[in-house]
Design a protein around this ligand. Structure first.
Ligand code: FMN
Length: 360
């Protein structure tokens, strides 16, 4: 690889160089023709910034909070399974990088490291949230939730866009998983991680409905965030069913191909829940500090990144994740200055001009 990475995209080749072809495709792939995967980052170009001049931006405060927990800037890491495919310390390395950067992390239920070991590796103030796929087996679900509560996780983030596995292109290839790599929250001791097993587990979510969200909010005091909402109607349902947060997401283009980029539905969802206390976040295709600023101007409280964290992990483990987040923070702070914003409350919708979709 040529020189030191200077922007988020510069980290991607390190993942390709570090892992086998099948692991590379596992992280990179989207569903079907990958229209949504391609559109997620491109969609940000449909929004242009209208900067304000001659405002004092000599002191800028990039900090914010999610669900009452402080972040040094409004970017966290979304849940992704199996970081140990990339780095032997897996999610522990990712979480340490997140913690050093003053960011937040949603630990995937498909993580290779236990939620307790991950929690023990970060600064106690780091907001760690636990991701869940709601499965049939309630006693198993409840056991994981109790562990998350005991380990001081700050919220549960439930995937709601995966009643079955999307038609992922990487599934054309088999993945040779080192048998020492396991998913301790999902697999029983001695059970091996295979495509078939993963698909069967995801398929357990097929019959999950809003009633199950009521069940979940009823059995835990942790705030519940619903991840994968793309419509105003579902956003209003989320409020009615006790969600504390909504993560507007299309699963990084890995579920239903052809859905809009999350940034394109964000403002409508923010409007739909206005007046409630629900916090709205967004992920999908965020690669630049200006993307973060655009998302906040359109009403997101914070944004999350997926693949870029994995690219950073491949680049240099914990330090690589911290570096990716550090670059985003610096870019975001610079974008704030260039837009005339000294705090997040200055980032308002009037900074955005929209470009319409153009016909093919
Ligand atoms: C390898 C990989 C695994 C993922 N696993 C999950 C998952 O188990 N549950 C989930 O809700 N989202 C999952 N996602 C989606 C991410 O949480 C996130 O929504 C997406 O990656 C954001 O888009 P970005 O990668 O363009 O930043 C996964 C994404 C990747 C790349």
């Amino acid at each position: 690889m040529a020189s030191e990475p200077v922007c988020v995209e510069d980290f991607e080749p390190y993942l390709k160089a570090r892992v086998s072809d099948s692991f590379w495709h596992y992280f990179r792939s989207g569903a079907d023709g990958e229209q949504t995967l391609r559109d997620n980052p491109l969609a940000f170009q449909r929004y242009r910034l209208l900067p304000r001049c001659l405002r004092d931006v000599s002191q800028r405060d990039t900090s914010t909070s999610i669900l009452g927990h402080r972040l040094s800037f409004p970017v966290g890491v979304s849940p992704m399974g199996c970081h140990a495919f990339v780095h032997r310390d897996g999610e522990i390395a990712t979480a340490k990088g997140v913690s050093n950067a003053g960011s937040a992390m949603v630990l995937s239920m498909w993580s290779n490291k236990s939620l307790e070991d991950v929690a023990a590796s970060v600064h106690p103030d780091t907001p760690l949230l636990l991701h869940l796929n709601l499965l049939f087996d309630r006693s198993r679900m409840e056991a994981v939730i109790r562990r998350a509560e005991a380990a001081c996780y700050k919220a549960l983030v439930v995937t709601v866009d995966q009643p079955t596995m999307g038609n992922r292109m990487h599934l054309r290839r088999s993945i040779d998983v080192d048998p020492t790599i396991t998913c301790p929250h999902i697999l029983l001791p001695g059970e091996e991680l295979t495509h078939e097993k993963a698909r069967a587990i995801v398929n357990e979510s097929k019959a999950v409905t809003w009633k199950d969200i009521l069940w979940l909010t009823g059995i835990t005091s942790l705030p519940v965030v619903l991840k994968g909402i793309l419509t105003a109607e579902d956003a209003r349902e989320a409020v009615r069913h006790g969600a504390a947060g909504i993560l507007v997401s299309n699963h990084g283009g890995r579920q239903l191909d052809g859905v809009p980029a999350p940034i394109d539905v964000l403002a409508e969802i923010v409007n739909a829940v206005r007046g409630s206390s629900v916090e709205v976040y967004v992920d999908g295709g965020i690669r630049k500090g200006t993307d973060v600023l655009k998302a906040l101007a359109l009403g997101a409280r914070a944004v999350f990144i997926g693949r870029p964290a994995i690219w950073g992990l491949a680049y240099d483990g914990e330090k690589g994740v911290e570096k990716v987040l550090g670059i985003l923070k610096e870019e975001f702070s610079r974008a704030m200055a260039l837009c005339g914003c000294s705090s997040l409350s200055d980032i308002t919708p009037d900074l955005i001009a929209t470009m319409p979709y153009s016909k093919m």
